[in-house]
Ligand binder design. Structure first.
Ligand SMILES: C[S@@+](CC[C@H](N)C(=O)[O-])C[C@H]1O[C@@H](n2cnc3c(N)ncnc32)[C@H](O)[C@@H]1O
Length: 223
């Protein structure tokens, strides 16, 4: 068990190691601007619309990256309480600076494990472009939803997008890019399918909605 825990920790750490300061500096233009639109065929605006529909005044952001969506989305309240959760201190600092106007709390946590969020409760939680990074296979990775649920109020919304390997239409370019990123350890989605994601949401939430945009599944679920 101890060995397995150590291996899982190494995997989690290597999945976030990619998000160094130079990578984060290029991330919005490269990943959200170019790759998302032209390779995955899901423009950042589609995910921003998901945020605008679901984000609440007590929001938990898992894996904020550069903080792009939190910076741009429309909160229902001018002074939202935002908590950032990430394994990477660089990500927490970068996203925290970007949305400093909201005075976010930042907690270094591994979402693959049950998390102590210091008693905070939320009405929304986003994990955008996080599921496809997680090193455990599917359906095991969907345990992340179980790690969020204890911190969510009834009626809270859980949402985000994830690049799937199965159940979406890949182009030669998207397949090439996905395989390259899998080999580099940036993506860990070879077992991720639309069916497994739908089943994970169906068994944990009161209701959910899934929309496929290119190779990305956009999900919205209600606790
Ligand atoms: C591809 S980035 C997504 C950034 C942002 N949400 C977006 O949509 O652009 C993945 C994020 O998930 C974080 N992450 C990956 N694995 C994690 C884990 N096991 N626990 C917590 N955060 C994790 C990474 O550090 C990074 O911030």
């Amino acid at each position: 068990m101890g060995h397995q825990d150590n291996a899982a920790e190494r995997d989690s750490a290597s999945a976030v190691a990619a998000y160094s300061a130079p990578v984060l500096a290029a991330y919005d233009a490269l990943v959200l601007g170019a790759v998302s639109r032209f390779v995955w065929r899901c423009p950042a605006g589609d995910m921003l619309a998901l945020y605008d529909r679901n984000v609440s005044a007590r929001h938990l952001e898992v894996g904020p990256g550069t903080g792009y969506f939190l910076d741009r989305c429309r909160f229902p309240d001018p002074g939202p309480q935002v908590t950032l959760v990430d394994l990477s201190p660089t990500v927490l600092a970068t996203a925290g600076r970007r949305i400093a106007r909201y005075r976010p709390a930042a907690l270094r946590r591994d979402v693959l494990k049950p998390m102590d969020l210091q008693g905070r409760r939320f009405d929304s939680a986003a994990l955008n472009y996080v599921l496809h990074c997680l090193p455990s296979g599917a359906p095991e990775k969907f345990a992340v939803f179980d790690h969020l649920l204890p911190h969510l109020e009834p009626g809270a919304r859980v949402f985000g997008g994830t690049v799937l390997a199965h159940g979406v239409r890949h182009t030669p370019l998207s397949r090439l890019q996905m395989n390259l990123l899998v080999r580099q350890g940036v993506l860990n989605n070879t077992e991720d399918s639309l069916d497994l994601l739908a089943e994970a949401l169906r068994t944990r939430f009161t209701r959910h909605r899934l929309a496929v945009h290119g190779t990305v599944a956009l999900f919205e679920a209600v606790v």
